[in-house]
Design a protein around this ligand. Sequence first.
Ligand code: 5GP
Ligand code: ZN
Length: 142
Amino acid sequence: MSEDCIFCRIVAGEIPSRTVYEDDDVLAFFDANPLAPGHTLVIPKAHHEHVQDMPNDLAADVFAVMQRLVDPIETAVDADGSTVAFNNGEVAGQEVPHTHGHVVPRFEDDGGRPIHSIFGDRPDLDDDELDDIAATISERAE
Ligand code: 5GP
Ligand code: ZN
């Protein structure tokens, strides 16, 4: 536990939350400032700042809970779909430094946009640049 982490304090029961799912390793609760009814956050109970900081099996558990909750959440609020996403790192908009997945119910004409819309101009990448980036990723993913 990180003493000054809001989500660790929720896990410890020091800050109340509206919990919708809990097991030994994962907790899911409503966002306090929801973007839509049913907006749910899914977190590892252990403190990890970024997605890539979690051990693989814990990351799999977190994603499994997100996947498991999508249908119940959509059903509960009669949604037409959902945005399922992580803001990973401060530059990407992560405000709470304890990794968390968002499940945000979506509705026809809700005025929201796809994840693509959060980006500005698209980069103009030539084949060499793409090959270099892909090679680095492949090597490091082994
Ligand atoms: P981020 O921008 O880090 O991806 O999202 C953080 C989310 O946590 C925000 O949507 C915000 O409303 C939510 N949040 C911040 N503090 C609390 C809290 O104390 N309780 C709950 N339930 N949600 C919180
Ligand atoms: Zn934490």
